[in-house]
Design a protein around this ligand. Sequence first.
Ligand SMILES: [Zn+2]
Length: 295
Amino acid sequence: MITLKNVRVTGFSRYYYDIYWEIENTRSDLQEYEFYVERSEAEAGPWVQMAGPLIDRFYIRDNEVPLISANRTLFYRVKVRHPMSGKVEYSDIVDRWGKEDKIAAEIIRLETMLFQEFVGTVGWLFPRRTFGQRCPQCWDEVLQKRIDDQCPTCFGTGFSGGYHYPIQFFAQVDESEMTEQATVHDHNQQRMFRFRCPASPEVRPMDLFIDSHNRRMRVVRVGGTTRLLVTVHQEIDAVALQPGSIEDSVPLHVDEEDLQTAGWRNYVNAQCLESAGVTPTDALGPLLGAYGYDP
Ligand SMILES: [Zn+2]
């Protein structure tokens, strides 16, 4: 099987992206392998095949890129298939922002560990669909708009399915103030949240975020830190969705039994071996005893 490397997305046009890839040197017969290029609006998919099968080619121009929105990132990956054995391999996922440098890579690694192991709580990001198949239930072809805010097929987004696949990740969610404005007509309970997370998954305004207590919020602002134009940290403002919103019915399937709000090391004594995932053996007692400890 051949190994893909150095996949990159370039282009200085609103109308196309150029995608290049390479392979590790090999003695395999290249004519036996098929390349496919897949694209998604979210880094966890679903993926749409843009090109392929390509044989002995290492470049395509994707001239169907929807690049008018400033808040949209397109992700690519290359798939290689060996039809005779049925084996399939994928490249890394890449976007127009390119590969991070060594320092950014280290920052991302440390940030990911910080949120996953120490300060973050588990949550799920639903990247919103912003192009593709119009909602078959509520999209009006004549008016060119959606006509049902409570549509259960697109959850008010106007695109079939509403959201891409959910991505589980760890974020530090700040507690927000509870507010209530009571008028003669209604009670308004607006609640703003702020949270921060590592570079991945990439969060975009209008995405849906669900935390481990099923608090559902709409992302309204995304900022962060970059290193050489590559994001290493994200700061996000979100607004809680009013109970009864159609987003309440977005399905999220989580295995509750295994669900822990934060990394397990937060619930164990850091000073004992349990925190390192080590169960003391019988041999440990005498050893510790030799040093004056009473295990
Ligand atoms: Zn709809």
